[in-house]
Design a binder for this molecule. Structure first.
Ligand code: AP5
Ligand code: MG
Length: 223
């Protein structure tokens, strides 16, 4: 689908709710640019940048990295893709971050993946990722064609250091206290759309229909 207007979208949901997986499908179907805060942080850790080394301890313990660091990082990346439609994944995660984003851009679409906490833990321990691209696999749900290797590049897959059961518990706690208020923030602005379910493959068709309608009606308003 060719968009005629710039779309500013955010995808939200607890850790392991499928943000990365659904983002991949949105990017493929609608051509939005995907900016994932977690992928950016992991790329910094992998490249051993100063920022990456500083943030690694926070992430490995399941805590959020400081708001000002995260906001500066994401806003500077957004400026680089200013002329395109984008989808933010993992940012904003606090009210501070939502306000910092609001000061620079007006978000028009927020997709909230509402998946019960009980099923998340098991998912995350069977997740494998391709670090350079952020592509997500799951040995039970969407395994790679060749075990341990990325479908597109053939490069090796890794497990995330923060996917241990104890760290996942801490990440869920941080989500509840720091990120859930952001849902209310967007609900009050009238841009929040929630999709509930336990399986990404069942949630995805609803997200796809919603975005097709929303993007078409946006285009018609502009035309
Ligand atoms: P981030 O990388 O954003 O992690 P997260 O929010 O914890 O989310 P995940 O990436 O773990 O999950 P996801 O929702 O993308 O799900 P996925 O598609 O992979 O952040 C990591 C850390 O960085 C944070 O903890 C924090 O420290 C820091 N950070 C990042 N942003 C920050 C910010 N703005 N401010 C401060 N700190 C920040 O799917 C999950 C798994 O489920 C996959 O294996 C998938 O294949 C599988 N799956 C999907 N559907 C099914 C199904 N039906 N059955 C079985 N498995 C399934
Ligand atoms: Mg993710």
């Amino acid at each position: 689908m060719v968009l005629q207007r710039i779309v500013r979208a955010v995808i939200m949901g607890p850790p392991g709710s499928g943000k990365g997986t659904v983002s991949g499908r949105i990017v493929k179907t609608f051509g939005l640019k995907h900016i994932s805060s977690g992928d950016i942080l992991r790329a910094n850790i992998n490249a051993r940048t100063e920022l990456g080394l500083l943030m690694k301890a926070c992430i490995d313990q399941g805590q959020l990295v400081p708001d000002d660091v995260m906001s500066r990082l994401i806003l500077s990346d957004l400026r680089a893709v200013d002329q395109s439609s984008w989808l933010l994944d993992g940012f904003p995660r606090t009210i501070y971050q939502a306000e910092a984003l609001d000061d620079a851009y007006s978000v028009d679409t927020v997709i909230n993946l509402n998946v019960p906490f009980e099923i998340i833990k098991q998912r995350l321990t069977s997740r494998w990722i391709h670090l350079p691209s952020g592509r997500v696999y799951n040995i039970d749900f969407n395994p790679p064609k060749v075990s341990g290797f990325d479908d597109a590049t053939g490069e090796p897959l890794v497990q995330r250091a923060d996917d241990t059961p104890e760290t996942v518990t801490r990440r869920l706690k941080a989500y509840k206290t720091q990120t859930e208020p952001v849902l209310e923030y967007y609900r009050s602005k009238g841009v929040l759309e929630t999709f509930s379910g336990t399986e990404t493959n069942k949630i995805w068709p609803h997200v796809e229909t919603f975005l097709s309608r929303k993007l078409t009606s946006v285009n018609q308003k502009v035309a």
